[in-house]
Design a protein around this ligand. Structure first.
Ligand SMILES: [Zn+2]
Length: 108
């Protein structure tokens, strides 16, 4: 019988626990909290790797942001739940406030 090497997709899949629509990463996490797969050439960042398998390269200057709220400490790696967003530019305030400074002396 012919043995073929385990592909990266298979190694990733072996560490994913499907929970509802979410893919919970049960493998290693880097110090910054991001899911990683340890490979012979170093740590592979799981979220972009899975997303790129499905959608192609992440657009330059953009980062992948999860479109739903994380449940507890579990990290979802389902590429369908990530969208690329510009890394730079106006930062969205999570509380919906206007992006401006307010000083006491600015009132009109
Ligand atoms: Zn999800």
């Amino acid at each position: 019988m012919e043995r073929r090497p385990i592909t990266q997709a298979e190694r990733l899949g072996a560490r994913i626990e499907v929970r509802g629509n979410c893919w919970i990463w049960s493998g290693t996490y880097a110090a910054n909290g991001y899911p990683v797969l340890t490979t012979s050439s170093g740590n592979l960042s799981v979220i972009p790797a899975l997303w790129e398998q499905k959608n192609g390269p992440v657009p330059k200057g953009e980062v992948l942001i999860c479109t739903h709220t994380r449940a507890g400490s579990d990290v979802c790696v389902n590429p369908a739940h990530y969208r690329p967003r510009p890394l730079k530019g106006p930062r969205r305030d999570p509380f919906g406030r206007k992006d401006r400074h307010t000083h006491e002396g600015d009132r009109q």
